[in-house]
Design a protein around this ligand. Structure first.
Ligand SMILES: Cc1cc2nc3c(=O)[nH]c(=O)nc-3n(C[C@H](O)[C@H](O)[C@H](O)COP(=O)(O)OP(=O)(O)OC[C@H]3O[C@@H](n4cnc5c(N)ncnc54)[C@H](O)[C@@H]3O)c2cc1C
Length: 376
């Protein structure tokens, strides 16, 4: 929200009527345990709420804002390749009629998402060694939502080694998706829709909310998550958002990290243009900051797939204000104050301890275990 405020785009986003996100609920898909993280209850986050967006609408609001702010926006153009020389950047592009063109620029911000234009061209992409995931998802009408403060909460429902997201993206529309191992998906028999429905059927907490839904549009899949580029900057080049790195979307941090790194990239270029620090020094400070922020979420994601983490995460304790610290991370305090950071280190220490000594009761993913064919 603070980035939107600073950009001056908040009124347009408010006018678009996106659901206000006041908290997040994480639960076991068998319905046995769940916890709500209310942003307002956090002691270390600056923002008490966020918004949840339908991307097509949201991206269009941002595009119009860029245009109204003086940017020249060209839609339907594709960048094919780039090269750098002492005086600037050259881009080989295709225009909307697929005609080849050449453009020159002083700097390049690569915001090509998982298309990862410059990272791929330079062979920088490193895939995460373990998280080879796939998501099956669609938009639905009629997903049950509670009344009151929790009405628009995002819900994450955890199965043994998979999870569902349930995200209200407009007054009527809810995005529901299942994230699972790509290999397991390949071994399952059936279409993506059948696999999705099978997992809804074995997840009481999800099934209950989806009793009378109507699917809006096709079920979609996307795979090959979680990678980072070995370098986030080059001469006259900065990579932002997913073009810097992407991790499993459990904590819904992707759009925030894209906005945050985009803002830092703009600042780095402005500082370079204003003189003062050298291009190299400013860009390497950018790289350090963004890598640190992204690594922070990677660590959370890595832990999320372990049972000791879930055991502590779903039974939060206000001991040493740990609950608040976790809320801070969920609310996008990516750089966080020292008070937040040491608490998160302490929390991760307790997670390690939990794996050998049960500080919180052990959990079982019972419903899935009794119904699924081959749980791990
Ligand atoms: C299954 C899944 C679920 C997710 N759920 C969430 C969530 O709940 N919350 C959240 O915050 N994030 C979520 N994310 C992550 C989020 O979608 C991304 O982190 C975010 O979109 C990154 O923004 P971006 O601008 O870097 O890239 P994108 O949004 O991917 O935008 C990249 C743009 O660049 C364009 N482009 C690419 N290549 C070229 C080229 N060569 N020339 C010209 N244009 C090009 C593309 O067409 C696109 O418009 C999810 C991601 C996945 C895969």
């Amino acid at each position: 929200m603070s980035i939107f405020r600073e950009m001056g785009v908040l009124p347009d986003l408010e006018a678009a009527g996106f659901p206000r996100k006041l908290g997040a609920r994480f639960e076991l898909a068998n319905g046995a345990l769940g916890t709500r993280f209310s942003f307002r209850a956090g002691k270390y986050n600056r923002e008490p709420e966020a918004i949840q967006v339908e991307r097509a609408v949201f991206d269009h609001v941002l595009l119009k804002h860029a245009r109204n702010s003086g940017a020249e926006v060209r839609e339907g153009w594709t960048v094919r390749s780039f090269s750098t020389d002492d005086a600037g950047i050259t881009l080989e592009v295709s225009d909307p009629e697929s005609r080849a063109q050449t453009l020159r620029a002083s700097f390049l911000i690569d915001a090509s998402g998982r298309g990862n234009l410059t990272g791929n061209q330079e062979g920088l992409r490193v895939m995460h060694p373990r998280h080879k995931k796939l998501a099956v998802f669609a938009h639905f009408k009629g997903v049950l939502r509670p009344e009151g403060e929790t009405h628009n909460d995002i819900i994450i429902a955890r199965l043994v080694n998979k999870w569902f997201w349930i995200i209200p993206i407009s007054a009527e529309k809810t995005s529901v998706g299942l994230v699972m191992d790509k290999d397991e998906f390949a071994q399952e028999k059936g279409s993506p829709l059948e696999i999705f429905e099978k997992h809804v059927a074995i997840s009481p907490s999800v099934k209950e909310r989806m009793q009378n839904v109507q699917r809006l549009g096709d079920i979609r899949t996307t795979s090959d998550f979680s990678y980072f580029n070995r370098r986030l900057v080059g001469d006259r080049l900065l990579r932002v958002g997913d073009a810097a790195g992407f991790m499993d979307p459990i904590f819904s941090a992707g759009v925030f990290l894209a906005m945050w790194s985009g803002k830092l990239a703009a600042e780095a270029i402005r500082q370079t243009l204003d003189g003062g620090r050298s291009n190299r020094e400013t860009f390497s400070r950018y790289e350090k900051r963004v890598r640190r922020g992204m690594t922070y979420y990677w660590r959370m994601v890595d832990h999320f797939y372990t049972t000791p983490f879930i055991e502590l995460f779903l039974r939060p304790s206000e001991h040493a204000n740990l609950f608040s610290a976790v809320i801070g991370v969920l609310a996008g305090e990516v750089e966080g104050s020292w008070s937040l950071r040491w608490r998160m280190e302490y929390f991760f220490f307790l997670v390690r301890l939990q794996s050998v000594l049960p500080l919180a009761p052990r959990i079982r993913y019972l419903a899935e275990r009794s119904l699924s064919r081959s749980p791990s």
